[in-house]
Design a protein around this ligand. Sequence first.
Ligand code: SF4
Ligand code: SF4
Length: 177
Amino acid sequence: MAQHASDDPVISDASKCIKCSNCINNCPADAISYVNDVITIDKEKCIGCAKCIAECPKRIIKPESTNLETNVFLERLVEYACMFTRKKPMVYINVLANISSSCDCSARAPLPFTQDIGILASKDIVAIEQASHDLVAEGHKCEDAFLKESGVSGLGQIEYAQKLGMGTRKYKLVELK
Ligand code: SF4
Ligand code: SF4
């Protein structure tokens, strides 16, 4: 909850709302309603859990900022990972399959947007994230597939993880067949 609590959702374009009420039904704080028939978030009631952002099928509920310098949530994801990964040596495994543009833990997860790529393993969490980012971008034929598909780039988090001393963005791919 503390990790998510900085999220400050806004309705980016209410005219695209299809009035499915998913956000209303999933809000634990009863903070969303139709005011004069327009979907509206009550900032006083909102506890910043981000559930509505994940549940909107039209993707019109967004964090107020997606800039890493001002989006505390993105930084906190890295910091929480940093806390756990510092405890003992680890091996990281990234399965690059069924990649969707946002949370695939949601019941309304979007369909995968790129082909299955393979499985990566590394002892460096930053290197494996950078390699994964690059392979997904290459498979999607663009420079930043997540920015293109979801409007949020993961590159800032990889840079931040390196800044926190979690690893290096440099990597060498060794293909096993
Ligand atoms: S962030 Fe959570 S509490 Fe706030 S409006 Fe969305 S679902 Fe409700
Ligand atoms: S989930 Fe999205 S489309 Fe559905 S009512 Fe809420 S804002 Fe509108």
